[in-house]
Design a protein around this ligand. Sequence first.
Ligand code: TXA
Ligand code: MG
Length: 334
Amino acid sequence: MKNTLVVNDIKEEEEKFHKAVEILRKGGLVVFPTETVYGLGANAFDDEAVKRIFIVKERPPDNPLIVHIYSINDLTSVAEEIHPLALELFTRFSPGPLTIILKKSKNISNFVTSGLETVAIRIPSHPVARLILKESKLPIAAPSANLSGRPSPTTFEMALKEMDGKVDAIINGGMCEVGLESTVIKIEENSLKILRPGIISEEMIKETLPPHMRIEYVSNKNKIESPGLKYTHYKPEADVFLCEASEIESVSKQFDNETTGYIVYKGKTGENVRNVVRVSSLEEYAKRLYSIFYEFEKNNLKRIIAEKVEEKGIGKAIMNRLKKASGNKKIYIP
Ligand code: TXA
Ligand code: MG
């Protein structure tokens, strides 16, 4: 167990905040908020610091990390041969939840990229993440701040629960606005590959593409292209099942008990069914998904039944996480 420095409020505890940035500069590990999820950060130039991320997260060494930078001007310190389309996409969507795979610069630790020739780059928009990047003047390698395989923390409480005692500092930035990890893309000659869907959707990206470029999704089967895809992800301790909106009501009558929780969007539940969380938009579904998992887990629920959504726009990212969290299990209705 480590003595973790906890920064509750970066304005009221300014000195502690500067100390956390100093820790990062000296090779320590700092958990910080981004607009998507909390990240577990280390100096992306420092082999030893980056190695510790993998140990703390119990992350397989062949699953590379995302490098966070402050602005487009910093791209040349982390990547080479920057594709004009990458510049265009960063200009349009950054700072924000878009990650682009580029050719790696030599300075970036090989541990960040798991030995690949490419590096994943993102320019986050969360003000705390931006302040850390600006003050430290470093590119920061940061995966989500969860133990490997578990849902990403989207609140300070979740980040503390996952990482207190394991890292050097944790910074509070409130609840993450987006709630799902960034969209990860790779640009090829005639196509743009979406390695991980996020709230920057296919539809949004398409508007920026020249007409000859196709958009493709890389499925779990293509293990080489996006190393992260082959591992189980986003899985809370409770068993997650997916359910159509139209079936929620009958299912909820059948499984109304202390150990079952519901996430409902358009469907109805039976009257007075326990443990129901309603979301009223896809944005809210995305933002709250992992924190609902966390609250249900805290209340010792053993089964979570989540309403499916249409796989369009943000719905594509929500369903991607729900399918992985559930192993695509559907609830059985006799
Ligand atoms: O929103 C996010 O992206 C958050 C915050 C903290 O920025 N980070 C995050 O990192 O979700 P992580 O490590 O949980 O997911 C990184 C994903 C993995 O699926 C990994 O395989 C992929 O990015 N990735 C990283 N480098 C890659 C590369 N060179 N080629 C292909 N995929 C890569
Ligand atoms: Mg992750």
